[in-house]
Write a protein that binds this ligand. Structure first.
Ligand code: HH2
Length: 266
């Protein structure tokens, strides 16, 4: 089993679900990012707009203000790859100019008509994530007949659209979007169905870390910080299924769990 890359999450949002503004402010966010690199993050995912269910949109100027200083400051201290978590092509463009090498788009380049062409022009890696609706509406009674088949078909179609727009195949990553327009049962089905997504032939990224549906497995895990055990169990299962990148908050703990799994697998 090859070890998945660890994408450490650095949010500069006052309202992110999991770290709720804890790392707000450039100084603390930079320190947090550097700490994640020291703990083994292969890539940092920097986001300036929360995507938790019900989150309010953020203006482009505000998002740029939040992320650019952070990217520049981390870039000055470390060569670790940086991903920009944004739906906005202008933010992705500025982030890449500041040193980011991956555009993580939870709308899979559907948010604006310019998104696909911008990704092709930037030539960076792109994460195409599946979401039903948008963060304000996505958790209102999501329905699927066969969630794994539908998400797989949608992701394959988005990959085709990206290729047709000129994005190189080697730059495309696909992500089922755990928690984005899915019930807990859908999320679990997608995690069980990861081998079918891996079979699409693109590197798969998965983000399970601290997500709300973990409460259905452990009702006591009310606060995001209570969800480490389940996050690690899901990360190990995803690694076994062959995912390429795990998006996590707890980089050191995930790295350790993966190391033990690898050691036991021999
Ligand atoms: N989940 C969140 C944000 N961005 N990007 C990808 N590709 N996949 C994900 O699963 C994913 C993502 C979660 O949203 P947020 O409320 O911003 O919380 P946090 O960034 O702390 O996980």
């Amino acid at each position: 089993m090859t070890h998945p890359l660890l994408m450490g999450i650095v949010n500069v949002t006052p309202d992110s679900f999991s770290d709720g503004g804890e790392f707000l402010g450039p100084g603390r966010a930079v320190a947090h990012g550097l700490e994640l690199i020291a703990k083994g993050a292969d890539i940092l995912d920097i986001g300036g707009e929360s995507t938790r269910p019900g989150a309010a949109p953020v203006s482009e100027a505000e998002e740029l203000r939040r992320v650019l200083t952070l990217i520049e400051a981390i870039r000055a201290e470390s060569p670790a790859p940086i991903s920009i978590d944004t739906m906005k092509p202008a933010v992705a463009r500025a982030a890449v100019a500041a040193g980011a090498t991956m555009w993580n788009d939870i709308t899979a380049l559907t948010f604006t008509p310019a998104s696909l062409a911008t990704a092709a022009e930037l030539g960076c890696d792109v994460v195409l994530m599946h979401m039903r609706g948008d963060p304000r509406t996505m958790q209102i009674a999501p329905r699927y007949a066969d969630v794994v088949a539908e998400v797989a078909a949608w992701l394959a179609a988005r990959a085709e659209a990206a290729l047709a727009a000129g994005v190189r195949k080697g730059n495309i990553r696909l992500d089922p979007g755990i928690g984005f327009g899915k019930t807990a049962a859908h999320n679990l089905a997608l995690l069980r169905g990861l081998p079918r997504l891996v079979a699409l032939g693109f590197p798969i990224l998965v983000g399970v870390s601290r997500k709300g549906f973990i409460k259905t497995v452990d009702p006591g895990a009310r606060a995001p910080g209570d969800r480490l055990g389940a996050s690690l169990a899901a990360a190990l299962a995803a690694a076994r299924a062959g995912v390429a990148i795990l998006r996590v908050h707890d980089v050191g703990e995930t790295r350790q769990a993966l190391a033990m799994q690898a050691a036991l697998d021999g």
